[in-house]
Design a protein around this ligand. Sequence first.
Ligand code: ATP
Ligand SMILES: Nc1ccn([C@H]2C[C@H](O)[C@@H](COP(=O)(O)O)O2)c(=O)n1
Length: 226
Amino acid sequence: MSRPVVVPVLTIDGPSGSGKGTVSRLVAECLGWRLLDSGALYRAVGYAAGAAGLDLSDIDAVTRCAQSTKIRFHPSADGGDTRVLVNGHDATDELRTETAGAAASAIASIPSVRQALVDLQLGFRKAPGLVADGRDMGTVIFPDAAYKVFLTASAAERAKRRYKQLKEKGLSVTLSGLQREIEARDARDASRAVAPLKPADDAVLVDTTGMPIDEVVAKVFAVVRS
Ligand SMILES: Nc1ncnc2c1ncn2[C@@H]1O[C@H](COP(=O)(O)OP(=O)(O)OP(=O)(O)O)[C@@H](O)[C@H]1O
Ligand SMILES: Nc1ccn([C@H]2C[C@H](O)[C@@H](COP(=O)(O)O)O2)c(=O)n1
């Protein structure tokens, strides 16, 4: 009898601005593995709920929204950021704002919303492998992942990174305002009852404060090679 093939998963969890998205994308490209940006799913539900005029604290309405929202990822035509289609609308740029991040964090604390997104996330696990980026990839969604990393960095460093990123996009933001938003989101994500932001017991912790991206990528590859 042949054994089922286990598709390897590398989970990269951590708080906002720790570099999960950047590092996951680079590592997935190098390995030729698929990529799951689970934060984009929560952002898409928050966005769809807002577009429908829902009160984000209305658990039943937001849960129905999570169950019915169609979320698709498409490679961009010009080789840029992967496009995220929410109910057929390209919402990629709207989803990357701090407002969308805060809405995502709010609806992500509703257990039935999280439950509605589980199968979609599990469906990304396909050969030859998956890099999964989020808050609960190693603890809840892929607890059997072969490789687990938890990225951190000080809130001040993460705010500086976000400030640079948003300024480059021409947005008007302040460093102190971004640090406050980051700290508020960390606190909400880490304190919720279901699937809180925390490292899996078997995750390798990497503090990226002051560490260049290529060094972080090298550390993640070291985990995969080990
Ligand atoms: N080690 C690093 N050194 C300097 N800049 C970094 C580093 N890692 C990431 N960045 C930059 O910080 C910004 C945020 O990174 P990224 O989007 O990967 O973080 P994230 O953890 O996925 O955040 P979020 O959870 O909010 O999506 C980007 O502009 C990225 O280029
Ligand atoms: N696995 C996940 C991924 C994301 N979230 C929530 C909490 C975050 O603040 C928000 C946005 O995520 P980001 O795009 O910044 O990674 O979505 C979660 O609860 N679980």
